[in-house]
Design a binder for this molecule. Sequence first.
Ligand SMILES: Cc1ncc(COP(=O)(O)O)c(C=O)c1O
Length: 378
Amino acid sequence: MNFIPYGKQSIDQHDLDSVTETLESDFLTTGPKIKQFETELCAYTNAKYCIAVSNGTVALHLASIVLLNKDDKVLTTPNSFLSTSNSILYVNAKPIFVDISKDGNIDLDLCEVELKKDPSIKALYAVSFSGNLINQKKLKYLKKTYNIKILEDNAHAIGAQDGDIKAGSCANSDCSIFSFHPVKHMTTGEGGAITTNSKEIYDKLILLRTHGMTKTNELLPWEYNMTELGFNGRITDFQCALGLSQLKKLDTFISRRIEIAKKYDQAFNNSVVKPLYTFDGKSSYHLYVVQISFEKLNTTKLEVYNKLREKYNIGLQIHYMPINKQPYYRSLGYGRENTPIMDNYYKECLSLPIYPKLSVKEQDYIIQSLFEILNAKL
Ligand SMILES: Cc1ncc(COP(=O)(O)O)c(C=O)c1O
């Protein structure tokens, strides 16, 4: 069997044609494809405004400049990629790591405990982990009751839905971000976006994306005013051409991911392999995470991980190492938070391959190989 990674892009002739057409056009960057991509993302997510940027980390950084002030305390999750909490540090604000729930998302009840304890907390950065949209009812309640800023990191969750609420709609948050890295649901190579329903936030983000520069009618034609310390956070037109073409196929990609997830759910039913959650109609399944009590099976995560990779050619991933225990965070005094669910989750979690092009034969092989390894230990 050829190597099976945990995630992979799906590129077809239509994608190639869209990119080529833009490469042959007048604009490689700052052209019309960017606005077109943003408009389509608004239509898809039901958000009023969208700003496409060079990657998800830049999306988080720019949103944090707008939402936070120096020394603001921000509740966030240890179960994410580094960028979520790094973006809080970029603006000299202070992440407070809160334990996760059994579904891998930040525990919003514990967030409320923190908010009650410390009314000076200013914001919540919630990740819809693996594509499982964060509880919107609770988000709405926290925003209203405690008057906090909320950012939804939906890097895993484009296409996820909770009732009528779509990931990125910002129905109960100030901003939402996406990443279009190749392992995500749809790709622009590198790329990201921020959605919001606030014109004020949108205007600030537009400024920050391009060096804090504005042009007004009062200026001479060649003049511009720099009113903010901005960045170059721009995405190119040919990346947006790819994004537009990918967006057309997004729902098909997600349907295939859900099919794969359902098949894993069935295969692991009543076994030692426990899905993080079974399909409930909400998740857009960026990741398919299982938990295994390796100790009880007289094995270790490393042994299973290595065997699947070396003997069976299957690439697993681990999402995530707790951010608060990273050396840099430890150097800032983090790492000793009371996060028993996260600590146990990290011991047990494995992300299995899931992406639209994963074949039925490959998925059967993954399931069979995992059981083969575990059965040898039972
Ligand atoms: C939850 C989460 N947030 C943010 C990011 C950052 O996105 P990017 O890689 O596009 O910078 C990622 C990327 O892996 C992610 O998984």
